[in-house]
Design a protein around this ligand. Sequence first.
Ligand code: ATP
Length: 140
Amino acid sequence: KERTLALIKPDGICGNFANQIKQVISQSGFVIIHEMMVQLDVRNATLFYSEHSAKSFFPNLVEYMTSGPVVVMVIEKTNAIADWRALIGPTDAGKAKVSHPNSIRAMCGSNSERNCVHGSDSPQSAAREISFFFGEISPG
Ligand code: ATP
C-alpha cells in the first residue's frame, strides 16, 4: 500500500465541501490514516509551495492558502499517489468542469487557483509533504 498527502484548501473548507470530499475519499477505497485542521501562516505556506516561489502567481497562492484553515490528511491505498491525483482532476477547476466533470476539482473548485484540493505528485513529494505536516520535527 502507498500513502499520499491530501489537502483540502481554504475554499474547500469555506464552501463546506470537506465532508463531501472525505466521503469521496472513503468511497474510492482510501483509508484516512491521519487528519488535522491547520491554519497556515505565510512562512509555512511559502515553505510548503517553495517549488513555485519564482512563479508570478506565487504571492496570490500564499495569500489564498493562508486565507483560512485547511484540512490535511494522510490517505492510503494501493497506487494512492496517482489515484488521488486522478480523482482530484486537472489543476484548472474551470476546465475540469468540462473535461473531468466527476473530478473533485470540477465539483468543488472554481478556477486555476481556487481548486479546493491538493495532492502530492510523486513519491518524493508525498514523503516530503507528509513529514512537513505530520513529521515529529517540523520544518524550518
Ligand atoms: P497542487 O500542487 O496544489 O496539487 P497542481 O499540482 O495541480 O496543484 P501546480 O501547478 O503544482 O498545480 O500549482 C500549485 C497550485 O498553485 C495550484 O493547485 C493552484 O492553487 C495554484 N496555481 C497554479 N497555477 C496557477 C495560475 N496560473 N494562477 C493562479 N494560481 C495557480
